[in-house]
Design a protein around this ligand. Structure first.
Ligand code: PAF
Length: 274
């Protein structure tokens, strides 16, 4: 596995790998089974697998403590070697950001809802860094988890609006045996928090069962989920179509049920696609 810390070096290296398909998995490190599954999908599909680890400052709000974001570079490097990653890119902030930045703005009607309510501007920062990474790595395929459904939608939308020749591959959420969606933030949970957090996927499963039994009213489904999450601090429970527009009734094959809660001090998200 080659490791690059410098933008020019990785670009020079990848430019010599012509005609080989490049699969890219952008991450902020603290890799877990969710990332490993993205890498495994990229490994199956592409000749060269590139992973980036970059804790992107522009997607954190001033009130969010970026310093507290878990950094596990040595372990991450080992995981990447085991997962047969070809190229690991670990740039510094000054490699990625310049003094005078041309800013990219995510469409506000889709970026300032749901996750964007608690984290206004977060997706502007995500798109800004993803676009930069796409230009550096020039992948044929890029792999994103369905767990970050709103991010996935906005990245896909950016690829279309900027005419980028990149196929975005949505990948399934990886879960613990209890159903809890894998997340770097799970490491903050105490065992008591974990028991509470298990309610999140259970509430989504209950909603799916109700839909299968014929309940299509999203208001009703949302209130069923909220009841199940009564012991947690709910940020939102929403049901949207795949364009992230709110819907009153379930659209078969075009519905995402999304939940965000605080368990103790930890904010967790999950969703299910119908
Ligand atoms: O999903 C993430 O880990 C980040 O938002 C991403 C896509 C790597 C951009 O910093």
């Amino acid at each position: 596995m080659k490791i690059f810390y410098n933008t020019k070096d990785i670009q020079t290296y990848l430019a010599t790998q012509n005609s080989q398909s490049i699969g890219f998995v952008p991450t902020m490190g603290a890799l877990h089974e969710g990332h490993i599954s993205l890498i495994a999908t990229a490994r199956q599909k592409c000749h060269i697998v590139v992973v980036s680890i970059f804790i992107n400052p522009t997607q954190f709000l001033a009130s969010e403590d970026i310093e507290k974001y878990p950094s596990k570079l040595l372990a991450d490097e080992k995981i990447c070697r085991l997962a047969k990653v070809d190229v690991l890119f670990v740039p510094t902030v000054s490699q990625i950001y310049h003094k005078l930045e041309t800013k990219l703005l995510a469409p506000s009607s889709k970026a300032y809802i749901l996750e964007g309510i608690d984290r206004p501007g977060h997706f502007d920062g995500v798109l800004q860094v993803v676009l930069k990474l796409f230009h550096i790595v020039r992948p044929d395929f890029a792999f994103f988890g369905k767990k970050d459904a709103q991010q996935l939608y906005l990245v896909q939308n950016m690829v279309e609006t900027y005419f980028l020749d990149i196929t975005i591959v949505p990948c399934e959420t990886v879960r613990e045996t209890t159903g809890l969606a894998k997340s770097s933030r799970n490491s903050y949970l105490s065992s008591d928090d974990r028991t509470k957090a298990d309610q999140i996927s259970k509430s989504l499963k209950t909603a799916v069962k109700k839909v299968q039994a014929g309940e299509h009213s999203t208001e009703l489904l949302k209130s069923i989920i909220k009841e199940k999450l009564a012991n947690l601090s709910i940020c939102y429970v929403e049901i949207v179509d795949k364009q992230f527009d709110s819907i009153d009734t379930i659209k078969p094959n075009d519905t995402i049920i999304l939940v965000a809660v605080h368990v103790g001090k930890t904010r967790l998200i999950d969703n299910i696609w119908l």
